[in-house]
Design a protein around this ligand. Sequence first.
Ligand code: PLP
Length: 320
Amino acid sequence: MVSFSNSPGLDFSFSPVGETGKGVTVEINNQILMETAYFNGTFTPNSEIRISPDDRGFLFADGIYEVVRWYQGFFYDMEGHLTRLKRSMKEIRLNWPDQDSFPDVAMELINLNNLQDIPSLVYLQVTRGAAKRSHAFPSPAIDPTVYAFARSFRPQAEMIGMGLGAIMKKDTRWSRCDIKSISLLPNILSFQDAIDAGCYECIFVRDGMITECAHSNIFLVIDGILYTHPESEYVLSGITRKNVLRIARQEAIPVRETAVSESRLNEISEAFITNTSFEIAPVISINNISVGNGKPGPVTMLLRNKFHDDIALLKSDYRS
Ligand code: PLP
């Protein structure tokens, strides 16, 4: 069976054959064909990559990942993504000697897959490599397993424009959410609960405080002040979060990097989530209760517009 995935959001979706003739990825029985990926130092057809069953990513989820967005001409804040990649590796004591090659690898994947003019995401994963199963790190150290691919995706403009519903659940994750670990089971289960409830994100609550979401950071507006959880071990330092804070400060929006209690839910006039693929997406209901008047609010829209102005500026810089 040949199928074309069109799943939304951070899942990657592909252009059907013939639609553009470019950036085409074909799936047969969920196998990715006709795609050039990066694997342990070489660019190779994705379908030919073989990963050991003893890879520690497979056995232990012993690895980290990064996702960067291609805006038809440039990667958004590649420097920020590279810094976070290095930090994640350092925190789990994982060494990829070629870590600084990530921007070049990402660019080469865009070129080799003819994605130059197509909105795309580059995914990179580094694991502690393949070794006889043991909790201890392999000794002597072995080479990591490094895998990266670039895929086109369709930004969900309509859904993001209208706003989305979220559920709220206890944060069942570990206490090092600042590391972009490939161990994502609690995120997956919570996100699926959201989908099953007809929503598109799960907001996490830890010890009564709102932290972040299954695959995004969250911002809340209360009495005209923009709140988001401070950087800590309970949230990922989102690249979009960082840039939204910068833009908010430029626009003189009062900002507090302070955790908000779930008991203040009825005081929230606006909410939005941020991540690399959604950029800024309004949240219009939480647990089926409208946020504010149930429409994207003015602070959210101002920040979305300014974020897009930034992108437009970067695009014109790239072209000139
Ligand atoms: N928080 C979590 C748990 C995430 O998985 C993500 C993105 O995948 C984010 C926040 C947002 O990070 P970024 O803006 O860098 O995409």
